[in-house]
Structure formats: C-alpha cells, structure tokens
Ligand binder design. Structure first.
Ligand code: ATP
Ligand code: MG
Length: 179
C-alpha cells in the first residue's frame, strides 16, 4: 500500500483545508518547532483508526479538532482524508483506496471507505491486513523503540504481531468465537 495524498481540515493546527501530495521515494517534513510536523503524522495515524487520545497528545478525542486562537474561532469538526494505492494484485492492477475519518463535537467519529460508511474496526482491519508481507508499512513513533525494550513479554508480542501483519487475524478470530 502506498499513501499518496492526505487532506486535512480542522485537524489540530491545520485549520484551513490543506492537501499534501506524497511522491514516491523518501519524504521528509521540515519546519520550525510547533509548525505542525508531528500533527501531520498524527493525522495519518488518526485516519488509520487510532483510538487512544493520549497517543494523539490529547485528553479526549475531540482535542484533535482545531481549538481556536485569539483571532480564529474553534472549528466544529475535524476531517482527514487519506488516499492510497493498494498492493498490486496478481494481474498487476491496483485499487484506489480512500479513507475518510471525521469527528464532530459531541457526535464522535465516523469513517468512510471509498464513499461507504464503515465501522472503525473495518478501517483498522484494512490497515492491519495491508501490513501483511515483507514490504509492510510500519509507523515507528518517538519513544517507541524504548517502549519495545521496556515492554512486558505480552506487550512485546502484540507489537511483533502488528509488525508481522497478523493482528487482523486475531480480531477476526475473536469475532468468530463470539458468534
Ligand atoms: P516540534 O519541532 O517541536 O516537534 P512540530 O512541528 O512537531 O514541533 P506539532 O507538535 O505538530 O509541531 O504542533 C504543535 C502545534 O499544534 C502547537 O502550536 C499547538 O498549539 C497546535 N495544536 C495542537 N492541537 C491543536 C488544536 N486542537 N487546535 C489548535 N492548535 C493545536
Ligand atoms: Mg514534533
């Protein structure tokens, strides 16, 4: 899977709609302290289904919505759109994937995949499955390396399973067992 476009609106410091193209190759994000570099990476994690406000440096999930400044009123919602190519199929064709996550004050998060309303877990499964294989995308955030070293064995196993792309299988097994 290759992420090639990101659109943000009302997400943290990205108050005005912003659209970023991510070209093939290495992408670096540079800028002065506080300009929103980490917010950008958090937007990617968020649209992929991040459910922990703490890992988004907030107290509650609504903290991702632009909170306003002296000169600008707060926003009522935040939205992130991620566009990606899925991995090539056996016949060489690729599918476009568009994932939208939106949060409104007092109304929680809603997700859409290629224009259809889906549940948070459907989005998590898409990205969990995309991690399968040798070319798996992996997000390694600051402090995560130390967390791997300090983790309890069960936590370390969960991280390795996520990296190996089998986290989605466990979710499906739990689902099947409950039926
Ligand atoms: P550094 O180089 O220090 O790591 P950075 O470029 O990663 O900086 P971020 O941490 O992404 O910067 O951005 C922080 C800025 O985002 C702060 O100015 C903060 O006020 C702003 N910010 C975060 N959440 C919100 C929000 N909900 N509403 C408005 N602004 C926000
Ligand atoms: Mg930062």
């Amino acid at each position: 899977m290759r992420i090639h476009r990101l659109k943000l609106s009302g997400f943290k410091s990205f108050v005005e709609p912003a659209e970023l193209r991510i070209e093939p190759g290495l992408t670096g994000v540079v800028g002065p302290n506080g300009c929103g570099k980490s917010n950008l990476l958090e937007a990617i994690r968020w649209v992929m289904g991040e459910s922990s406000p703490k890992s988004m440096r907030g107290g509650g999930m609504e903290d991702v919505i632009f909170a306003g400044t002296d000169r600008r009123p707060p926003r009522a919602f935040a939205e992130v759109v991620l566009k990606a190519d899925t991995a090539a199929r056996a016949d060489g064709t690729r599918e476009e994937l568009e994932v939208v996550r939106r949060i409104e004050r007092g109304a929680g998060s809603a997700y859409r995949v290629n224009g259809r309303d889906v549940r948070a877990r459907d989005v998590s499964l898409i990205f969990a499955d995309a991690a399968t294989g040798a070319h798996s995308p992996a997000l390694v955030s600051q402090g995560r390396i130390a967390a791997v070293i300090a983790a309890k064995p069960a936590e370390r196993r969960a991280m390795l399973e996520e990296a190996a792309g089998i986290a989605g299988l466990h979710v499906r097994r739990r689902d099947a067992e409950q039926r």
